[in-house]
Design a protein around this ligand. Structure first.
Ligand code: NAP
Length: 209
């Protein structure tokens, strides 16, 4: 695992039990993150479009309703929504970047109002293989999120820590696509980066599992 230039502040700051909202907790990455956070002694509140209440990052009022429905949390982790490969000239191109880019930014804006003091927010970007068709949207989303996190920590109200995890191919995802899972990182290994983001001191960083 590595972090970017601001990583000097990363480390094991607090292992005290926390309430952690995990959006996308039923997914390949999110389920491993929920499991790892639970194993680290944290309480996980799992959410997605099919949870109760449901939350859809593409639909900001559902984010507000989710926060209104739960007690304040110490950390918010997002492993939800992908920018699916979409050709640049496809009419759905702009829409393809919405949930993961704008949705996670909207999540940050709303989360700062609902976090306990000293809280943290962890988003997900991703590493995209070179020369892969249809990935301009995903590349834009990932770079945008990483730049956003670095800049936004400066003016976030109430000063929660904010980081983003940049997974590459996840082994289980490759296996589900009948590709060689040896080319990916197991979800359980990727999940360690999210636990580090929740428990450590990193702020404004991109964490690469
Ligand atoms: N897996 C990989 O190889 C890989 C590589 C690089 C980056 N990533 C990134 O890691 C993140 C998680 O990927 P994954 O492979 O775990 O995805 P996944 O298995 O498809 O799971 C996605 C999770 O997010 C939820 N979700 C999807 N759209 C949502 C929305 N609009 N609002 C709220 N929840 C939503 C899903 O549940 P519901 O359907 O119930 O909403 C599910 O819990 C994504 O951002 C992805 O781009 C993954």
């Amino acid at each position: 695992m590595s972090t970017d230039a601001h990583s000097a502040t990363s480390g094991h700051a607090s292992r005290s039990p926390k309430r952690v909202l995990v959006i996308g907790a039923s997914g390949t990455v999110g389920s491993a993150v929920a499991e790892a956070l639970t194993a680290a002694g944290h309480e996980v509140i799992a959410a997605s479009r099919r949870s109760t209440p449901p939350v859809d990052l593409a639909d900001p009022p559902t984010i507000e309703r989710l926060f209104d429905a739960i007690e304040p949390v110490d950390a918010v982790v997002s492993c939800a929504a992908s920018a699916l490969p979409t050709p640049l000239t496809d009419p759905g191109f702009a829409e393809s970047i919405g949930p993961k880019l704008h949705g996670q930014i909207e999540l940050v804006v709303q989360a700062v109002e609902h976090l306990r003091d000293g809280g943290s927010i962890t988003l997900t970007s991703g590493a995209i293989p070179d020369d892969m068709a249809g990935t301009a949207g995903g590349a834009l989303v990932n770079a945008g999120l990483e730049a956003f996190v670095k800049a936004a920590v400066i003016d976030l109200p109430r000063g929660p820590r904010l980081n983003v995890v940049r997974p590459g191919w996840v082994a289980e995802t490759l296996a589900s696509l009948d590709m060689d899972e040896a080319d990916g990182t197991p979800a359980a290994v990727v999940a360690r980066s999210y636990v580090e983001a929740v428990d450590g001191r990193a702020n404004g960083t991109t964490i690469t599992p």
